[in-house]
Design a protein around this ligand. Structure first.
Ligand code: IVH
Length: 693
């Protein structure tokens, strides 16, 4: 794709235009903008250019010249904004106005039928009409338009908030900078979709990397995601990115033209100038959905982009609203994933690695091979039992598969291809990092290194602490932490906050600017850490982000959490005996207690949001909705979450509140029998109001 790149070099034209009166210039700028938009769309979105690259460049250059002469004529959607030369200091985070959910996956026709049957159970009147399209494998993005003009773009991030990547997204040629057509346009329109790289563009990109002696990209998705999230906007511009739109976030449009179906949304997106997933289809009934899945699965190699399944969406937007979301995913849509692609390759050897929790994980070191378009050279072998069960041996030809987008795994040896004289693999019972004897508890599959000062465990705990799952300290990764731990200046996460510029200057290729930046990154993280992040950063087994948020909603400080006994912990939703025991174990360890003392001394001691006077009765409480409320279910959930409540996915006696609308169904009776508190809509609204919502 070369056409509208317009770097310097295009002939300077129309010098005399500088003498034009501003009114003439204005109409010329408008004409040029509209023409360039059209040619851009024809070239990049429809793949059907009408003019030569040279002519396009000349028009583009003329517009640039006019805008330079009359800067006030440069509109917020000018095609010249696509030329990104900027450099950002960092990516700013911003909340999505509506959460960007992931999708639940199904892998077989039976699972799909189950999902759709559940949809019908939840909402019997839901029509059996589904909009289906291929599942794209890229980076999910939300692009915001105000009165038809692009104002912001955000990555999905953790679903609640994403990173602002507006400048990079403007360089993507298939993203309209203003909506096409005559309007009227919504006051606010959030378009959601995926940034991808077409297969042929990816191959060319990697060839170019190779010619330049640079590292190849593992797959189109990494190359796309990496480019959008770069601080250097020129990187996004230099990669052949495309944006394909598949759904909407918030829309403010009054009076909204009637468009109650996903199918209409897709048509509307296309008329506004968006590229949409190819081969989308409206399917009536489960049978048609399955036929469509077969069709896409068979045609998968012919698709211009990597796809890993299909997405099935309830076509009625009203039914979508009514079905709403579970804690993780919509109830109105599902991803039907295709079976992983499998290939054969040589298993060179088996390495054993010690992880953050001391678990020894066997890793297959493979002759590099492409699996479903991704180069794979290492794959997991899970644990000792799995290796035995499959009788995988070093030197075997093995089958490797990528199940969806997860880590590749070794399925097993290829029968009949084993070399003569091969020997069964013997799993080592010592830690490869510290040499200490490992142990395996009854009922557990994993061998573990129990050495509290094992260098591998120590390193990975600190790496986890700063990672996205922990305090999310930007610019500090495993490599940097490895240097600090290797030099002995960091042994626990607390040591990070006493690092000095002088101490860092001893490291190779570390100047004063970088050293200061690192020290202030730690300081900033110390001051801005929130309780949920800190709990998650501790790396307590079985306590991920979701549980950390829940705990932070219930306990005000780490001390309070550390004092909770196992029984109290188990009264929380999603906390079973195993999680409770693991939390207790953590706080009972003298080493961990000493760590917390240091955190407090260092001023790394965030307070949870639980209000001391307890006015907000929803914070940290689990809620479930049933029956129809006067507001859409999704909105009710959003409000509950904003008050700090945790949405539950099913009834249990640990549920705090069942919020009951009209025609509640069986859940109400169940709540009574389980002794769960029931709120009607008025009572729920009152609790929201007391939380300031
Ligand atoms: S519709 C409420 N359609 O896959 C979510 N999503 O793995 C509605 N994705 O979060 C999304 N292709 O980012 C939809 N054709 C498609 C898609 C698609 C890829 C993404 C989406 C989703 C993720 C889940």
């Amino acid at each position: 794709m070369s056409h509208p790149k317009n770097q310097p070099g295009a002939p300077e034209q129309h010098d005399s235009l500088s003498e034009q009166p501003a009114a003439g210039a204005r109409s010329r700028v408008e004409r040029l903008t509209a023409d360039l938009e059209r040619h851009n769309y024809l070239y990049h979105t429809l793949d059907a250019p009408e003019i030569s690259d040279d002519l396009y460049d000349a028009l583009f250059h003329e517009l640039q010249t006019l805008e330079r002469l009359y800067p006030r004529l440069r509109s917020g959607y000018s095609p010249t904004l696509r030329v990104g030369g900027g450099l950002l200091d960092g990516l700013t985070k911003k909340n999505h106005s509506r959460r960007m959910y992931g999708l639940e996956n199904v892998f077989s026709g039976a699972e799909l039928r189950n999902f759709l049957a559940r949809m019908r159970r939840v909402l019997p009147e839901a029509p059996l009409l589904f909009w289906c399209d291929p599942k794209l494998d890229g980076l999910a993005l939300e692009i915001i338009y105000e009165n038809g003009v692009l104002t912001e773009a955000l990555t999905r991030g953790d679903g609640a908030s994403g990173e602002m990547v507006t400048d990079a997204v403007r360089t993507i040629q298939t993203v309209p900078l203003r909506l096409a057509g005559a309007g009227p346009f919504p006051e606010l329109l959030e378009v959601r979709g995926e940034v991808i790289i077409f297969k042929k563009d990816f191959a060319a990109l990697n060839e170019r990397q190779e010619a330049l002696g640079r590292k190849q990209f593992a797959n189109p998705r990494n190359a796309a995601a990496g480019a959008v999230r770069q601080l250097n906007i020129a990187v996004a511009e230099s990669r052949p990115l495309r944006f394909l739109a598949y759904s909407l976030g918030s829309v403010i449009w009054s009076p909204a033209p009637a468009s109650g179906r996903q199918h209409d949304v897709m048509e509307r997106l296309a008329t506004w100038g968006f590229l949409t997933p190819p081969e989308g289809k409206l399917c009536a009934g489960v049978g048609e959905v399955e036929t469509y899945a077969d069709f896409v699965r068979e045609r998968r190699p012919q698709f211009t982009m990597e796809i890993d399944g299909i997405v099935i969406k309830q076509d009625s937007l009203e039914a979508q609203e009514a079905l709403g979301f579970t804690a993780r995913a919509p109830r109105f849509a599902v991803a039907y994933k295709f079976p992983a692609s499998q290939v054969e390759t040589l298993l060179r050897r088996i390495d054993v690695q010690t992880g953050r929790t001391g678990v020894l994980t066997p890793v297959a070191v493979l002759e590099p091979v492409s699996v479903g378009g991704v180069m794979v050279s290492r794959a997991t072998l899970h644990n000792e039992d799995e290796i035995c069960r499959r009788d995988v041996r070093e030197g075997d030809t093995v089958i490797v598969q990528r199940a969806g987008d997860v880590i590749p795994e070794v399925v097993g040896p290829v029968p009949g291809k084993r070399r003569a004289g091969s020997r069964a693999y013997v799993f080592p019972h010592v830690c490869p990092a510290c040499g200490e004897t490992a142990h395996r508890e009854t009922g557990e599959a994993a061998w573990r290194c129990g050495n509290l000062s094992c260098p591998a465990v120590r390193l990975l705990r600190v790496v986890h602490f700063v990672s996205k799952a922990g305090l999310d300290i930007q610019g500090i990764g495993q490599k940097r932490i490895g240097q600090f731990v290797g030099a002995g200046i960091v042994q626990s996460p607390a040591d990070l906050f006493v690092l000095t510029v002088e101490a860092l200057l001893h490291f190779e290729r570390m100047g004063e600017i970088l050293a200061k930046k690192i020290v202030s990154a730690f300081d900033e993280a110390r001051l801005s850490a929130t309780l949920p992040r800190l709990i998650s950063a501790l790396g307590i087994r079985h306590v991920g982000g979701q549980t950390a948020r829940l705990l932070a909603g219930r306990y005000r400080t780490l001390d309070e959490l550390g004092r909770a006994d196992a029984e109290t912990l188990q009264s929380l939703p999603d906390v079973g005996p195993e999680v409770a025991a693991s939390i207790r174990n953590f706080f009972d360890s003298p080493t961990n207690r000493a760590l917390l003392v240091r955190f407090r001394e260092l001023g790394l001691w965030p307070q949870g949001a639980t209000s001391a006077s307890g006015e907000n009765a929803l914070r940290g409480k689990s809620v479930l909705f049933t029956g129809s409320l006067s507001l859409p279910r999704a909105r009710a959930l959003e409000l509950a979450e904003a008050a700090g409540a945790v949405p539950a996915s099913s009834m249990s006696k640990k549920l705090d509140y069942l919020v009951v609308g009209e025609k509640p169904g069986g859940k109400l009776a169940k709540a009574d029998s389980l002794g769960v508190a029931v709120l009607d809509e008025t009572a729920f609204m009152a609790l929201l109001a007391s939380a300031g919502l």
